[in-house]
Design a binder for this molecule. Structure first.
Ligand code: GAR
Length: 193
């Protein structure tokens, strides 16, 4: 993994596609002394992503890349990331799949948060599938990204109990609260390994 050198914080980019509540919680985390990271860049594939507002509020530069052509988009992202000397990428509700080449470029340096207890329920629409299968528990996972979808090394997980009244929407809400706690914890963990 990335090495911590002295007291300098690890320069991090957060990738989002939507609301950005995980981004917000990560930004709040970086304000704490114990945070090993600083967020230097927000990247989105969606110019309408609500989370982009946090870039403005917290004065973090953000860039939106048009994903109509993924190869070109990724080339531009890599160049931006290198320019900003980014050493860690945190995917936080980023709904595009990174290419194998991109992942190779940043091997061991990309984290993702997924709203299920991986390896169960990889991919999209997790909460509805969990509810339809009458699961008793779901949760969230922070893992390293490798070339297979939602399959990299698991860093941390949090289990969440499902009540018989839960819907996909209520479960998503419950899990999201845990995600906001889990992501910072996982970041602390990888830098203390
Ligand atoms: C989160 O629940 C995150 O785990 C999920 O999208 C949501 C984004 O919320 N990510 C995925 O499903 C990735 N496959 P946020 O924009 O409020 O952080």
């Amino acid at each position: 993994m990335v090495q911590l050198t002295g007291t300098k914080k690890i320069r991090c980019a957060v990738f989002i596609s939507g609301t950005g509540s995980n981004l917000k919680s990560l930004i709040q985390f970086t304000k704490k002394k114990k945070s090993p990271i600083s967020i230097e860049l927000i990247i989105s594939n969606n110019r309408k992503a609500k989370g982009l507002k946090f870039g403005k509020i917290f004065k973090i530069s953000n860039k939106v890349f048009n994903y109509k052509n993924k190869t070109i988009a990724e080339k531009k992202i890599i160049s931006e990331i290198k320019k900003k000397k980014i050493k860690l990428i945190c995917l936080a509700g980023f709904m595009k799949i990174l290419s194998k080449d991109f992942i190779k470029n940043f091997k061991g340096k990309i984290l993702n948060i997924h709203p299920s207890l991986l390896p169960k329920y990889k991919g999209l629409n997790t909460h509805q599938r969990v509810i339809s299968n009458n699961e008793k528990y779901s949760g969230c996972t922070v893992h390293l990204v490798n070339s297979r979808l939602d399959s990299g090394k698991i860093i941390l997980q949090k289990r969440v109990k499902i009540s018989k009244f839960d819907t996909a929407k209520s479960l998503a809400k419950k899990i999201l609260i845990q995600e906001h706690i889990l992501y910072p914890k996982a970041i602390i963990k990888i830098f203390s390994l």
